[in-house]
Design a protein. Sequence first.
Lengths: 108, 121
Amino acid sequence: DIQLTQSPLSLSASVGDRVTITCRASQSIGTSLNWYQQSPGKAPKLLIYLAASLQHGVPSRFSGGGSGTNFTLTINSLQPEDFATYYCQQSYRNPPMFTFGPGTKVDI
Amino acid sequence: QVQLVQSGAVVKKPGASVRVSCKSSGYTFFGYHIYWIRQVPGQGLQWLGRVDPNTGVTNYAQNFQGRVSMTSDTSISTAYMDLDSLGSDDAAVYFCARGRYVSTHVLFDFWGQGTLVTVSS
């Protein structure tokens, strides 16, 4: 099974900061990686798909990159509503498995 | 607009079964797979499986094989997730999500609000 790790698992930042979260896969997954944001008590929200494509309606301060086993999510100029937990998720299809990373909590 | 609305919170006894429903609107129901993901409070996200409403074909995560069943009723645009033999570690929020394909890549672009399943004697 493909495993995902994230680092850091938590971080403290301030409004206006630039934040980068890393996701590593246990084997190459090409660009089959998505990023989600989850606020407390809410369902996850898709931010980035195919490693670097911005989901419609998501602010451009969010960006993704990487391929193979190493991926990043960057938030430029952190806003108050960005304090949340971020999950990476791989969508390797053969066999179907859709593993999530453990999450990175971004707080003030 | 696309919406997925799930059934309400439930309390079940250990060993019982639970059914969670997920009613879709705002799009062609049989055109997208429905995925089920759960989250133990305070913990991460775990994929359980998926159902293709067009064909009824399912795929389940290995950890849940034999204990989970996913179905759909296209006449009312609703997907269902049944989980048997509940244990205390099945207490979680269960989400349904719409799976959208971009080429061969799947992403979960719309989610239900979540259903809290409590397991208690």
